[in-house]
Design a protein around this ligand. Structure first.
Ligand code: CP
Length: 313
């Protein structure tokens, strides 16, 4: 088996095309475990994974927990409010104390960009970035790439549009890196206040009008409006955002007939995405969630159990 020579997964920039293909191929071979009656294999028996979520999460946290359990790793979950960080313990001291208990891997979600990078320098355990501030969310991008490849049969050459609050979105940043690396064309769209100033340097096209941005696209990725990350109001009102940038059935007609609609969740229904599109035939939103378990199983396997490929069966 080809090697995955990384201690940590901190961002999409560290992964080569071959690394990404290895993650997606490994996820493909592990996905069927979740369809079995007994959804468990012994691959990571004796390994321990700490899920440390300093910010709220439904999908990422649950799917890491399920992924680890399906591979027989022991898991411990820690949240900010349930940890001694509420008593003033620093992130580094928390990490050093976790390290003293010899976990193999720490999955960290944190509100500060760069927090997983800091931990990776401090502890021997592998670190997976489960979303850091407005920086990156690499496991989301990998499950998105997996879903695109599964649905469209390829990634290279596809025309994709990412619509919404690009500036504050770690999902957008990781997907832009991943999609361009894998040879897809990326167009970004949203209010000018939510488009990064030097967007051209990211290797993407900027089209402010979403109805134009989706024209002839294969993949449309809609982002959540993240009011909690904005230090100032970047658009007049939620109603105006929805009227100008919300993706509706009407707008979707301009995309390719077989286009897929993606959203990382949680969805603000009726704001960035109309409910009938979120639940409609083009939507692969719940496939993304299902694939998240397989992709996270693959990452756990490659980071802490990669030499034992014979144990997968
Ligand atoms: N996509 C995503 O990260 O969702 P959660 O915040 O629920 O984990």
């Amino acid at each position: 088996m080809k090697g995955f020579r990384h201690k940590d997964l901190l961002g999409m920039g560290q992964l080569s095309v071959e690394d990404i293909e290895l993650v997606l191929d490994t996820a493909e071979s592990l996905k069927e475990i979740s369809q079995r009656e007994i959804k468990k294999v012994p691959t990571l028996r004796g390994k321990s994974v700490v899920n440390f979520f300093y910010e709220p999460s439904t999908r990422t946290r649950t799917s890491f927990e399920m992924a680890a359990k399906r591979l027989s790793a022991d898991t411990v979950s820690l949240s900010a409010t349930g940890s001694s960080m509420v008593k003033g313990e620093t992130l580094i001291d928390t990490a050093r104390n976790l390290q003293a208990m010899s976990p193999d891997l720490i999955v960290l979600r944190h509100s500060s960009s760069g927090a997983p990078h800091l931990l990776a320098r401090e502890v021997k355990a592998g670190i997976i970035n489960a979303g850091d501030g407005i920086n990156e969310h690499p496991t989301q991008a990998l499950l998105d790439l997996y879903t695109i490849r599964e649905r469209m049969g390829k990634i290279k050459g596809l025309k994709t549009a990412i619509i919404g609050d690009i500036e504050h979105s770690r999902v957008a940043r990781s997907n832009i890196i991943g999609l361009t690396k894998m040879g897809a064309e990326v167009t970004i769209s949203g209010p000018p206040t939510m488009i990064p100033l030097r967007a051209d340097s990211l290797g993407v096209k900027v089209v402010y009008d979403p109805a134009e941005a989706v024209r002839d696209k294969d993949v449309i990725m809609v982002l959540r409006i993240q009011l909690e990350r904005q230090s100032k109001i970047l658009f007049p009102s939620v109603r105006e955002y929805s009227a100008c940038f919300g993706i509706t059935k009407e707008i979707l007609k301009r995309a390719r007939e077989d286009a897929i609609i993606m959203h990382p969740g949680p969805i603000n229904r009726g704001v960035e995405l109309a409910s009938d599109v979120a639940d409609g035939p083009h939507s692969v939103i719940l496939d993304q969630v299902a694939n998240g378990v397989a992709v996270r199983m693959a990452l756990l396997y490659l980071l802490i159990g990669g030499s034992r490929s014979d144990d997968i069966d």
